[in-house]
Write a protein that binds this ligand. Sequence first.
Ligand code: NDP
Length: 336
Amino acid sequence: GKVLVSGTNGYIAMWVVKSLLEKGYSVRGTVRSESKIAHLKDTFKSYGDKLDVVVVSDITKDCAFHEAVVGVEAIAHTASPFYTTAKEPDELLDPAVRGTLSILQSALAHGDTVKRVVITSSTAAIASPSPTPRVFTEADWNEYSPRVVAEQGAAAPPADMYRASKALAERAAWDFVAKHKERIGWDLAVINPPFVYGPVLHEVSDPEQLNTSMVDWYRNLVKSSKTNEQLLSITACWVDVRDVGLAHALALEKPAAGGERIIVAGSPYIWQEWVTAAHKFDPSLPAGNVPFDPATAKYHSRYDSTKSQQVLGLRYHTIEECTVDTLTQFKEKGWY
Ligand code: NDP
């Protein structure tokens, strides 16, 4: 069968494509411009014509995906802006929400062969600020960021503009499915990852041009961009990009994933754990706090990933594995 993947040239999408091709699917990718095609074709050249790539220049337009959905058995919608420097909310909300609705509308109108749609959402659509540590589950919705953005507009923190874009886009997708359930022959599954780190398949000219999550990882491990105090105090959750890629492929084929949002998350971390792993791999890299006892790491909130293990059978890479594989690749590329 053939799977449509939107935003195929992105960091996560490249790993989605790799998982799909390895499983034997054909892939039709969409990109915003012709110039993004060569690297994709080159990366997956061993799969020959199992990958074709088409240009959808503006995903927010009605009918944008009308041709792209024809004949595919599943859709993975990953295209959405992820940066935290937006000047006003619509910069992110528009492509996130309208792009999602546009691909679903095309699936409704022309996706007679479509059985399953998987959307790349985020834990940004799940978690809201909590004064005390919490375990978030798929039952939780981030209602905080959409409210902040509605109240403050362009004065809202840009991180909340991004988080609102993910919450509102995912909400719009579920509402669309509920509204049209009598008329659609497919169901929806949603993947909710926290920060995604790991090796890079997409086209990057220079490590400073890496996507939002990986440029932070690169700067923190290679460029010492956090103070020793920050390395111990900043805590978040992460998942390996290879696990996220596989999760999309599994969510397209596991019947039980239909109608589910699925948190795909590894452990919580503090940055010192990454710095320690990097320094162990290559002693020329910064060591941060020495000595460091991992047992003293203090985390805040985390995510329950039980559903991903039960429904998708997913297992997760560790911080050490991710660090070694990613730095090995960065070294080969001459990035540090
Ligand atoms: P990338 O920036 O590498 O990829 C983003 C993709 O979306 C690119 O193909 C990009 O196309 C496309 N895109 C961005 N803005 C627009 C727009 N306005 N119109 C059409 N297409 C657009 O980021 P990631 O791979 O990290 O992100 C992919 C998805 O994963 C996003 O939905 C993101 O929200 C989600 N996500 C990411 C996490 C992370 O830590 N990386 C964590 C959780 C969720 P182009 O190259 O042309 O700009």
